[in-house]
Ligand binder design. Structure first.
Ligand code: HEC
Length: 148
């Protein structure tokens, strides 16, 4: 009986209460910035397992941006722009990580950063300029590869 009552209470809720949480574009981007920094230090530390993980988290975040904000603020064609600016560098990063190749990793990382900034400019947000991180801001995480 209790269960049935709960069910009917749920049905009575307004539509917005069931809509669920939608992450804002700025929130997705903030998380992407954190992962971009971690990806760099994972690669620099030769922690390829962590680099692979951070790369896939970046990809998931960008997929979320397309899913939740295919057109941002009415004019910014996020779904088209993301592929245009990031798909090639993301593929190169994946290949560099699989090959455990530091040189290729660095250049693919810089291409991704360029892609971030080109998209920001194209989206009228050219004032958001991403760079190679100078220092690791996460002092509570060990980037040493396992077993070293
Ligand atoms: C669709 C093209 C696009 C790509 C590709 C893109 N961004 Fe963004 N980014 C945006 C837009 C649009 C905003 C503004 C969001 C807002 O106004 O809420 C933004 C905002 C940001 C912000 C500001 C967030 C804040 O609250 O301070 C950061 C940081 C950021 N992006 C990082 C990145 C990084 C790192 C990458 C690359 C890995 C990247 N972005 C790739 C479109 C893009």
């Amino acid at each position: 009986m209790k269960r049935i009552l709960t069910f009917f209470c749920f049905l009575a809720l307004p539509a917005w209460a069931n809509a669920g949480y939608v992450p804002g574009m700025g929130e997705i981007m903030g998380a992407t910035q954190m992962r971009h920094a971690k990806l760099w230090f994972a690669g620099k530390s030769g922690n390829w397992a962590l680099a692979k993980y951070e790369l896939s988290e970046i990809e998931e975040g960008l997929d979320d941006a397309v899913h939740y904000h295919p057109v941002f603020k009415g004019t910014i064609q996020v779904s088209k722009m993301l592929g245009k600016f990031t798909s090639v560098p993301l593929k190169s990063l994946d290949a560099a990580i699989d090959a455990k190749d530091s040189g290729k990793f660095e250049s693919a990382f810089d291409s991704l950063t360029k892609g971030c900034n080109s998209c920001h400019r194209a989206a009228g947000h050219g004032f958001i300029v991403i760079t190679r991180p100078a220092a690791l801001s996460y002092t509570n995480q060990d980037f040493t590869p396992l077993g070293k």
